[in-house]
Unconditional design. Structure first.
Length: 230
């Protein structure tokens, strides 16, 4: 499903209010998470234990559009080769933008970043690589959808778990081929002066209770060109 909407620029204060409700728990972490396990050493003789609040991360999830149909068109061996090349490109692009690949599925990847700017720039560059790809066979051309969310997921080894990861996956599922969508909390972390945010929809993501405002993100120069041609 491709989401379209009204272009609003990066000044989207009215819609970026979700963090006041669900965002507080996602971005700030719960108070209990930083104090769980605290005990009174004098009365029990047990050492006090504490857990620290996980760091804030921006999560990026990609999904290869039409992967099964592509596999049918090109065959298993060619599909595996294309997928390996795609994985290498995504990993290389993530590293360039100070990102980390923490998870992969049969159709996509999970990346995390310390801030919104690097995550958004990585998303744009992944799309650019695929759009400029030298596809010898048009039937082998790749396209992805990308979703962004932010929060404080729990790390287990090199993998991440938690609601922020799920939100990124759910937002990604709303996007169309070549589209980047972001949950509103991604826009609240820092200014993105070279990015145009287009309000796409306000929706209750699968499994969640509160609605989320979702925005389509575009490089400012690209968006300006689209306006000029419209």
């Amino acid at each position: 499903m491709e989401v379209t909407g009204k272009r609003e620029g990066t000044q989207v204060c009215a819609q970026v209010s979700d963090e006041a409700r669900i965002g507080r728990s996602l971005l700030a972490g719960s108070c209990s998470s930083s104090r769980v396990g605290t005990t009174n050493r004098r009365s029990t003789g047990v050492h006090a234990t504490t857990t620290t609040t996980p760091p804030l991360r921006v999560l990026l999830h990609t999904d290869l559009v039409g992967s099964t149909a592509l596999n049918v068109r090109v065959g298993d061996e060619n599909f595996v080769r294309l997928w390996a090349d795609h994985r290498a490109m995504v990993h290389r692009t993530a590293v360039t933008h100070e990102g980390h690949l923490f998870h992969h599925t049969g159709d996509g990847f999970g990346l995390w970043f310390h801030d919104s700017w690097h995550a958004v720039e990585c998303a744009f560059e992944i799309h650019r690589w695929l759009q400029l790809g030298d596809w010898c066979d048009p039937n082998a051309a790749l396209a992805v959808r990308i979703g962004l969310a932010a929060g404080r997921p729990v790390a287990r080894g090199s993998d991440l778990f938690g609601l922020a990861v799920v939100r990124a996956v759910r937002v990604c599922a709303l996007a169309g081929a070549g589209q980047t969508l972001a949950a509103s909390e991604v826009l609240s972390i820092q200014a993105l002066p070279c990015v145009e945010a287009e309000f796409a929809c306000r929706v209750v993501l699968k499994g969640f209770c509160e609605p989320t405002s979702v925005f389509g993100l575009h490089p400012a120069a690209e968006a300006a060109g689209a306006h000029a041609n419209s």
